[in-house]
Design a protein around this ligand. Structure first.
Ligand code: SAM
Length: 233
């Protein structure tokens, strides 16, 4: 899969792209991430990329011309182009899966008040928000989307690990424990030490339901029988 990111701050991605699972996926050629410095497409001697908003108001807006040049250079009209913005569709696992199916994406990281609407009208296929809060730029949201997508690219994470994760079965995940058996006076639940896989499976599902009910009750609608939530420790 290939992802190109248009940004004023490509340096923010450097460590992120090298480390851990994503770094390995890139080195193995499973995902390619191309960083495009928007300023390289400005033409004036100050390499300016923003201007004041028509109609007045605070802040600046990313100008259409450098962005259009950058997007044309990336062949964005023939690729799935996403603008990260707080006013977009809320990112969830299903939307991540949709993006992975596109195989070739262009991400636009905004700054200031955002980008000129005509760029949205001309180039953007989808607008995506990572949550109902406002960040200073689209770089962190782009990283969020890239990392979430990279986990779903074939060969990056073992299939069985993905099956167990939050949201795959429409619920959040059960709690995890590792050694030691007792920590700070708290013991690992007996069932996890039993070696009885069917019981462990039932305990984990009950824990998933209880945690989902507590944290994200809206996810449970229509998924589980309301009587299923009892948990055993
Ligand atoms: N004026 C915009 C508004 O009120 O919706 C906020 C602009 S924000 C300060 C600057 C840039 O950060 C946006 O263009 C967008 O690319 C990015 N951004 C901020 N919050 C975001 C979020 N929750 N999801 C996705 N992108 C976000």
């Amino acid at each position: 899969m290939k992802v190109s990111v248009v940004t004023l701050f490509p340096e923010l991605f450097t460590e992120f792209l090298e480390a851990s699972i994503l770094g390995r996926a890139r080195r193995e050629g499973r995902i390619e991430v191309e960083l495009v410095q928007l300023r390289d497409y400005a033409t004036d001697r100050h390499r300016s990329c923003d201007d004041q908003p028509y109609g007045g108001g605070p802040g600046m807006v990313l100008s259409p011309e450098p962005l259009a040049r950058a997007l044309d250079a990336l062949d964005a009209r023939n690729r799935w182009t996403v603008y990260l913005t707080p006013s977009g569709r809320l990112l969830d696992q299903r939307l991540v899966e949709e993006c992975v199916e596109r195989h070739s994406l262009v991400l636009i990281a905004g700054r200031y008040e955002g980008i000129d609407q005509r760029i949205v009208d001309l180039y953007v296929d989808d607008e995506v928000s990572i949550g109902d809060y406002v960040l200073s730029g689209g770089e962190v949201p782009a990283m969020v989307l890239i990392e979430a997508m990279s986990r779903l690219v074939s060969g990056v994470i073992r299939d069985e690990s993905l099956q167990e994760e939050s949201f795959v079965a429409g619920m959040v995940e059960y709690p995890h424990y590792t050694r030691p058996e007792e920590f700070a006076g708290m013991r690992v639940p007996d069932v996890l030490l039993s070696g009885h896989h069917a019981q462990i499976g039932r305990w984990r599902r009950a824990q998933s339901i209880a945690k989902t009910r507590q944290m994200r009750p809206e996810l449970l609608d229509g998924i589980v029988d309301a009587t299923e939530g009892d948990t055993e420790r």
